[in-house]
Design a protein around this ligand. Structure first.
Ligand code: PMT
Length: 217
């Protein structure tokens, strides 16, 4: 039987990718499936939290008790989260938000004949949702971030992001494994909190990792 230890807690979870359109049919995105965020939402909901999910384009279903807001772009996700965050007790950002957006060509479809010599696209920076939530975090709010890393010292990078984004807990995962990370049902994470305590969870179901993260909180 699930414990009811999150009863009444209002929790905002971001999940999935964002899509940054260049023209009507082309966009910049990434392989996030939303499974990590879905697992966190389900675990929190089973523990009687009031869960609100802001998600990019994903192919997932949620029980009627979970509020969902679908968005496409990083800017839309940012706006939805900024509206919701003041009313939340906890935030958990698992979304793989595009850091950059292409300057759009227009509303139509770019024809290849328009660029016989090739195509140069300029990208602009998107707002950092988690960092902005961290900047506006009240003492009674708790904030969890993720870090997706390849070929770096996970501990050092996780600690830097924990501090820079004013987080209470960070889950750092490598994205260069075939078995875990993007789009898999398993993940390997390093959990690190603001007190310096840490725990490694290697190649475990995302639902187990989600359950453990709420234990930590
Ligand atoms: O969705 P799945 O297929 O299950 O895959 C899970 C996952 C690999 C996407 C997930 O476990 C994960 O690592 N999510 C974070 C991906 C990411 O964008 O990491 P980052 O290191 O670039 O960003 C750090 C943190 O800032 C993240 O919490 C991210 O949500 C947040 N962020 C980043 C950029 C931005 N513009 N706004 C943000 O809120």
């Amino acid at each position: 039987l699930a414990p009811h230890d999150l009863t009444g807690q209002k929790i905002l979870i971001t999940l999935g990718p964002t899509r940054e359109h260049f023209d009507k049919v082309r966009f910049w995105s990434n392989p996030s499936s939303g499974k990590m965020g879905w697992s966190l939402a389900m675990a929190a909901w089973l523990r009687h939290a009031r869960v609100t999910v802001v998600h990019g384009p994903v192919n997932l279903t949620f029980p009627p008790g979970v509020d969902t807001i679908g968005v496409n772009t990083a800017r839309e996700m940012f706006d939805a989260c900024m509206d919701l965050w003041p009313d939340m007790d906890m935030g958990c950002c698992t979304a793989a938000v595009a850091d950059f957006s292409p300057v759009p060509h227009g509303r139509g479809k770019l024809k290849k004949d328009e660029c016989p010599e090739g195509l140069c696209v300029t990208f602009t920076r998107n707002p950092d949702i988690l960092k902005t939530m961290g900047e506006h975090k009240r003492p009674d709010q708790r904030l969890i971030g993720f870090a997706a890393e390849a070929e770096v010292d996970l501990q050092t990078t996780a600690k830097a992001k924990l501090t820079a984004k004013n987080l209470d807990l960070i889950a750092a995962n490598r994205i260069d494994s075939d078995e875990t990370g993007f789009a898999r049902w398993n993940n390997s994470v390093l959990l690190l909190d603001s007190q310096g305590q840490s725990e490694h969870m290697l190649n475990r179901p995302k639902i187990d990792i989600a359950w453990r993260i709420w234990d930590w909180m």
